[in-house]
Design a binder for this molecule. Structure first.
Ligand code: ADP
Ligand code: ZN
Length: 724
């Protein structure tokens, strides 16, 4: 017998199968989808078996060496899914398979000690135990243990001393059994179910009616309208029907509260999946799925690949999030994978959001997706009232950070013991450090963007590549002590708030939450009322459900408006609407203050009026006019090299090639990419706009092939890029 093996080798040029002989001793264990170790050149390498056959034309074949010690196998569905990813993202097949596995499952990193056990004691035979008790009347620890084991069938070994245990083991009265132990272990808690509102019930019923069809639903529900409750109700149904559910959330930081709600309701039926789990935890969670111990997975993007066999529902919460798109190879979108898997399992996909992407809403309105709506907040809660403050006039009054209105409202909340969220989408202390004498500005030597000053570590740091420099007060060019720090980050904002108010302040951004568990602790503190003001970046803009928050302040709303991307209006609306949505979710009336230099801006006024429809119509008009999605599909091609001249020359060549090959396609460029210099690599870009992917696919593959072996110029092809 022979096996076709796809080897795990980085180079794209090697992305093809090699045939190996299946040795007799392995013939029973080798199956399609399993990992194997094979000889390759003069080394050994891992690979996936993708086909088994009786005959081969090839001669001089080598034998498969072994099967790595792990029980993972890519099932038929996932093997097929790999081809789908390759076709649509133009990645190598092997990288598609690799991204389906958590890192701890990759052969290279697998360690035997990921598996943890608990040791239990149990009786060898009841009769022998009874006999022993009969003949040994003197009270002893041994007797106590045997008596207990007659009642319960197993006891944790560590509850008894080794002397006691060893004596009974020697007498062959008890034995030790090992059971898998999972690091994350949540008990069910008593859960009081809520009565759904009419709107919630209608949404639930609609999806239930499609349980055996691969329909796609868009649940458009304003912030706090009870979408999560809808998800949980449906999942409960799915699990009761003996099927499995996948629930995706866009960011780890958003999972904490949602995961807790899932644990409360579903206990040990839930596995979680995100990048800040330890390797051991990932291994465990994965095995809970493989062993059939869980029915529900809550996780970020890559959780879409979990090897459930009988999926009944896939949910993407905050479906508009760009985090669902992987921005390195393979550049897949979790929504596309969800839809593909749903076709296979004949189950619905539910996309949920308070601010759906224009693409999804357009499909919803056309009937491609089934549109469900939740228009009201739960109970008596209403959307918060939003005020806009013009910072131009505040500056003239000397208010550089906090406007008079925001100041007054914060003071009121502190008096009433209500909580305040202050949002600023910039971390660090100062974001620009320049010399007043010569005009020098500190920039990253690798990426050509300004460095951010971090006060707590006293460093200047590049937020793209991580380059750091010890802080200084002397200008490196003119040697004068004339540096001035401009631009506001959360670190400085926190310091400012501390000076101004006598309040307990929690700051949540990447810098304060990188330690494992720190985020959970902060959330607990907020829930327990041990925080008056929560300052943070977009980490606090979504998913947070704190009933005592009645005021949200947005500092510098212009930050994201100024990003040059065709989605910046949509993104700004989303960010400001979601952040505003944290206020007044339960009994308290919510208030939001947006500070901006563009009080007349259209997007900001849509936010103020909570008018998604107006945003949708306005942006769709622009998209149609400029031929952007959802009217056209986009492909972003980047041409990159360490050598500026070379990158520029090749970009022109690529343009000519595409121009010759493609008709019915708008080809823009080449221009410099938005992060032109990144990690010392220069990048140019070309944008394609088209209606039909199938018509341009072969040309893209040809282009990709042409640069596979080029070591000086790299080509990156990104279909449906999340930003350009
Ligand atoms: P969303 O996900 O749309 O932002 P949530 O599901 O978080 O909204 O609901 C907002 C709040 O309302 C939560 O605290 C939730 O527990 C509560 N809630 C949701 N549905 C109901 C209901 N039917 N009855 C009572 N409370 C509800
Ligand atoms: Zn950098």
């Amino acid at each position: 017998m022979y096996a076709d093996v796809l080897v795990e080798y980085g180079a794209k040029a090697l992305d093809r199968k090699f045939t190996y002989i299946i040795p007799e001793r392995l013939s029973n264990s080798i199956k399609v989808g399993i990992k194997v170790i094979v000889p390759f050149g003069n080394t050994t390498i891992n690979g996936f078996v993708i086909n088994i056959k009786n005959k081969t034309e090839n001669e001089n074949l080598k034998e498969i060496i072994d099967i790595p010690k792990q029980n993972f196998i890519l099932n038929e569905e996932l093997l097929k899914l790999g081809n789908f990813i390759k076709e649509n993202t133009l990645c190598s097949l092997i990288s598609a398979y690799q991204c389906m596995l958590p890192t701890s499952m990759k052969v290279k990193t697998i360690k035997s000690n990921y598996q943890k056990y608990d040791e239990y004691l149990c009786l060898v035979s009841r009769k022998d135990a009874l006999n022993y008790i009969e003949n040994n009347k003197r009270a002893s620890k041994q007797l106590e243990l045997l008596n207990k084991l007659l009642i319960t069938d197993k006891i944790l070994k560590k509850e008894y001393s080794n002397i006691v245990v060893n004596k009974l083991l020697d007498l062959n009265l008890i034995k030790i059994i090992k059971e898998n132990k999972y690091r994350i272990n949540k008990p069910n808690v008593l859960f009081k179910s809520l009565t759904l509102t009419k709107e919630q019930k209608d949404a639930v019923d609609c999806v239930k009616n499609s349980f055996n069809k691969s329909d796609i639903f868009l649940l458009y529900g304003i912030t706090g309208s009870g979408k999560t409750e809808v998800y949980m109700n449906l999942i409960e149904e799915v699990v009761n029907n003996g099927k499995e559910a996948i629930m995706l959330v866009p960011e780890i930081s958003l999972t904490t509260q949602i995961v807790n709600r899932f644990y409360e309701r579903f206990g040990a039926k839930v596995a979680i999946f995100h990048s800040s789990l330890s390797e051991g935890e990932k291994y465990d969670e994965y095995h809970k799925i493989l062993n059939g111990d869980v029915k529900i997975v809550v996780g970020t993007r890559s959780a879409i690949f979990v090897p459930f066999q009988n999926i009944g529902l896939i949910i993407l919460d905050e479906e508009q999030s760009s985090n669902y798109k992987q921005d390195n190879n393979p550049r897949y979108h979790a929504k596309d994978i969800a839809i593909e898997r749903a076709k296979y399992h004949k189950c619905p996909v539910l996309l949920g959001s308070a601010t759906p992407s224009l693409e999804s809403m357009a499909r919803g309105l056309k009937g491609v997706y089934k549109l469900l709506t939740l228009t009201k907040r739960i109970g008596d809660a209403t959307l918060p009232e939003i005020s806009i403050v013009d910072m131009q006039s505040e500056y003239q009054k000397g208010n550089m950070i906090i406007s008079d209105l925001l100041d007054k409202e914060i003071k009121e909340r502190l008096l009433k013991k209500e909580q305040v969220i202050i949002f600023l989408n910039r971390r660090g202390f100062n974001t620009i450090i320049t010399c007043k004498n010569c005009g020098y500005t500190f920039k990253c030597p690798n990426c050509d963007i300004t460095l951010t000053y971090h006060k707590s570590s006293n460093h200047l740091r590049c937020h793209y590549c991580g380059y750091t420099l010890l802080n200084t007060d002397i200008c490196p060019t003119c040697k004068e002590k004339a540096l001035s720090n401009l631009g506001l980050g959360t670190e400085k904002l926190e310091e400012e708030l501390n000076k101004k108010y006598n309040a307990k302040i929690i700051r949540m951004d990447i810098d304060t939450t990188s330690k494992k568990g720190s985020q959970e602790e902060m959330i607990k503190n907020i829930e327990d009322g041990n925080a008056d003001i929560i300052v943070g970046t977009q980490m606090i803009s979504k998913g947070f459900d704190f009933p005592n928050v009645s005021l949200v302040g947005i500092i510098n709303a212009d930050e994201s408006l100024n990003i040059p991307d065709f989605r910046s209006g949509e993104r700004t609306f989303e960010l400001l609407t979601q952040t505003s949505g944290r206020a007044g979710r339960k009994n308290l009336k919510g208030k939001v203050i947006i500070q901006t230099f563009n009080p007349e801006n259209k997007t900001i006024s849509f936010v103020q009026n909570a008018d998604y429809n107006a945003l949708f119509n306005y942006e769709m008009g622009i998209r149609k006019c400029l031929k952007y999605p959802p009217y056209y599909y986009l492909t972003l091609i980047k041409i990159a090299s360490k050598d500026y001249e070379l990158a520029s020359k090749e970009a022109t060549k690529v343009f000519k090639f595409l121009n010759n090959k493609l008709s019915d396609t708008i080809i823009l460029g080449p221009t410099t990419a938005s992060m032109f210099k990144f990690n010392n690599i220069y990048r140019f870009q070309i944008i394609l706009k088209y209606k039909n992917y199938e018509k341009i696919k072969d040309t893209l593959i040809e282009l990709d092939e042409a640069y596979k072996v080029n070591t000086h110029v790299f080509i990156e092809i990104d279909n449906n890029p999340s930003r350009i």
